[in-house]
Design a protein around this ligand. Structure first.
Ligand SMILES: Cc1cc2nc3c(=O)[nH]c(=O)nc-3n(C[C@H](O)[C@H](O)[C@H](O)COP(=O)(O)OP(=O)(O)OC[C@H]3O[C@@H](n4cnc5c(N)ncnc54)[C@H](O)[C@@H]3O)c2cc1C
Length: 271
């Protein structure tokens, strides 16, 4: 049986989808794929409030399939103004004009579900440019799930952080809801997902910690302007080194599960 080596740099949700794609692809193509993970930690932000639009059949029974109601208050224009301070030519946002119900998949720890049954070698280090170069030399394929220092440098003006206040709630059976807030105010999106409640605020919102009760968690999460230039393949220094994931590719519209399909396409290049 042909044997290939793959490295996955970073183990957030994209890393986990890539590992699952490697495992499923090896079965499909009748090859062996040895996977090494090189990551400083395991996890993505937000760790709990994850709603996946699609999961691979091979692990579907590890997820709860549930519906989510997606709706909006106010107008698309006001929503975009709150997010970006102005309308952006060619950008319409995912703001829903009417209420819709979407099916999705949820797990308390989706990364562990995606990795179930996969044999991985782990190297727990922060990946540097030198480590990337060595890995690219010694491995058939390298997936990089975070932005490299050079790619950040070139896009710095497009990057920003915004605050999310979340808390666990006890009523797990109420409807899952995502509301886009297109009326004046500081809130941008409100999510109730199974046992989590989260409010995403405007980028420049200062969270008043005096108003935050004990079980609330304030996190600052990365965002990028809709016009951020995406990574192109020839931008990377090594031929066998591929960025996969929303931040690695600077692709704001990318949903987590798309990392699986992209990894699958890339795996076709070697086997
Ligand atoms: C409030 C909110 C709600 C969201 N809800 C959803 C949702 O419901 N469904 C959905 O699909 N998406 C959702 N998203 C988007 C989703 O969170 C991101 O798309 C996802 O986290 C991106 O995952 P990633 O693995 O590509 O990157 P990351 O989560 O950034 O993972 C990269 C990993 O690499 C590690 N790393 C970074 N640099 C290095 C280095 N130099 N060396 C080693 N390791 C490194 C990091 O520690 C991290 O573990 C949401 C986002 C927000 C902010």
């Amino acid at each position: 049986m042909e044997k290939y080596t793959v490295a996955i740099c970073g183990m957030g949700i994209s890393g986990a989808f890539i590992a699952r794609a490697c495992k499923d692809y090896a079965t499909y193509a009748g090859v062996e794929i040895d996977i090494t993970v090189i990551a400083d930690t395991k996890g993505s932000i937000p760790s709990a409030a994850f709603w996946l639009r699609k999961v691979p059949d091979s692990v579907a029974n590890g997820f709860y399939a549930q519906n989510m109601t997606i709706s909006s208050w106010g107008s698309r224009e006001e929503y975009i103004r709150k997010q970006w301070g102005e309308q952006i030519e060619g950008y319409s946002s995912s703001f829903p004009d009417e209420v819709k119900v979407e099916k999705g998949f949820f797990a308390v720890n989706p990364i562990d579900v995606l990795l179930a049954g996969i044999k991985l070698s782990w190297l727990s280090v922060k990946v540097t440019q030198n480590i990337l170069a060595d890995t690219a030399r010694n491995t058939d394929l390298v997936f990089v799930t975070f932005p490299t220092a050079d790619s950040i440098e070139e896009r710095r003006k497009f990057l920003l952080m915004y605050p999310v206040v979340s808390n666990p709630i006890v009523n797990q059976f109420a409807q899952n809801e995502l509301i886009y807030v297109g009326v004046p105010g500081r809130m941008v999106r409100i999510t109730k997902l199974r046992n989590y409640f989260a409010v995403e605020y405007m980028h420049d919102h200062k969270v008043n910690m005096d108003n935050i009760s004990d079980n609330n968690v304030v996190s600052y999460v990365q965002d990028m302007h809709p016009l951020t230039p995406e990574i192109t393949f020839n931008e990377l220094p090594w031929d066998n080194d591929f960025p996969v994931g929303r931040f690695a590719q600077f692709k704001r519209s990318m949903l987590s599960h798309e990392a699986y399909d992209r990894a699958w396409e890339i795996l076709k290049l070697i086997a």
